[in-house]
Design a protein around this ligand. Structure first.
Ligand SMILES: *[C@@H]1O[C@H](CO)[C@@H](O)[C@H](O)[C@H]1NC(C)=O
Length: 288
């Protein structure tokens, strides 16, 4: 697991006090003046897609996992079956899963060149890549991937999906010590440069450094690139490499000059629990 000595100091206990509904969106009132928008970045999956995938893995069918598994929806892995580090998602402590969100939007580049291989020198034009963030961070690459792009050629390793160059992944693994996870809105982080290898892959490189990968993230909503926090929660599934995850961003509604942070509030007013006397009894309904 990636060592993050001083990072714990940046984490405080969460205290989300007043939660209220406003139109369809939910806001959390942390400070009377500020609002936090809660945004779901998850793409759904189905039981059928899940079971097909796990069956294929179990029966060792030929799959090109380096083309991703679009049907799994938003999912996480640390490496792929056969990887050397054999690290599983279930061992990641939760404080690595509540992080700052840093978005690198390269939609403009991948629109003109769909099988984009994002290189280190190009990525370094984004502020997020230039400095090691001070807090544990999920680095999220937005390629502007849409489902219509999905080529279901996962058996052959020929798929036109934008991804990272090996050098870029190497830089993130070695030089950005607070990046605990790397995400993409595409089905995979692998690029043309790494896809056909079995060990020289982005997944192995990041996995060896204890960095997890999140794929098929839903980035249809425009988010501020630096000021959100995110929770990236995989199912605590044992002995599985590829696990569906729920990704939720917490962003300031007024984007300028505000960062979302987890903080401890002093005065907690205890609310008395509402009377449950007239609650609907589910058992009663089901048994009638
Ligand atoms: C990490 O940064 C140093 C200094 O900028 C650089 O020389 C080195 O090549 C980088 N490491 C990788 C793997 O890119």
């Amino acid at each position: 697991m990636r060592k993050l000595n001083e990072k714990i100091a940046f984490f405080y206990l969460v205290s989300l006090n007043t939660v209220f509904a406003e139109s369809k969106k939910r806001y959390v009132n942390v400070d009377d003046a500020e609002k936090i928008e809660v945004i779901d970045l998850t793409q759904a999956t189905t039981w059928r897609d899940l079971s097909e995938y796990y069956e294929a893995i179990e029966k060792r069918w030929k799959l090109c996992l380096n083309c991703g598994v679009p049907g799994l929806g938003t999912a996480m892995h640390m490496e792929l079956p056969g990887g050397e580090a054999s690290m599983h998602l279930s061992v990641i402590p939760p404080d690595y899963l509540v992080t700052r969100l840093s978005i690198i939007d390269v939609t403009g580049l991948s629109n003109t060149n769909p099988p984009l291989v994002l290189t280190l020198d190009v990525a370094q034009q984004w502020i997020s890549m230039k400095h090691d963030p001070r807090e544990p961070t999920l680095l999220l690459f937005k390629f502007g991937w849409s489902e219509e792009d999905t080529h279901k050629k996962v058996r052959s390793c020929i798929c036109e999906i934008p991804g990272l160059s090996y050098e870029l992944a190497e830089w993130i693994a070695t030089n950005m010590s607070h990046v605990v996870g790397v995400g993409t809105d595409a089905p995979t982080l692998e690029s043309e440069q790494t896809r056909e290898f079995s060990s020289r892959t982005v997944a192995n490189l990041l996995g060896r450094s204890g960095v997890y990968i999140v794929e098929n993230v839903n980035l249809k909503t425009k988010l501020p690139e630096q000021s959100c926090m995110v929770t990236t929660m995989p199912l605590k599934l044992l002995n599985a490499n590829y696990v569906p995850a729920r990704v939720t961003a917490f962003c300031p509604t007024t984007h300028v000059g505000k960062h979302v942070a987890l903080t401890l509030r002093g005065d907690v007013t205890h609310q008395t629990a509402p009377n449950r006397l007239f609650d609907v009894d589910l058992d009663e309904i089901l048994n009638n």
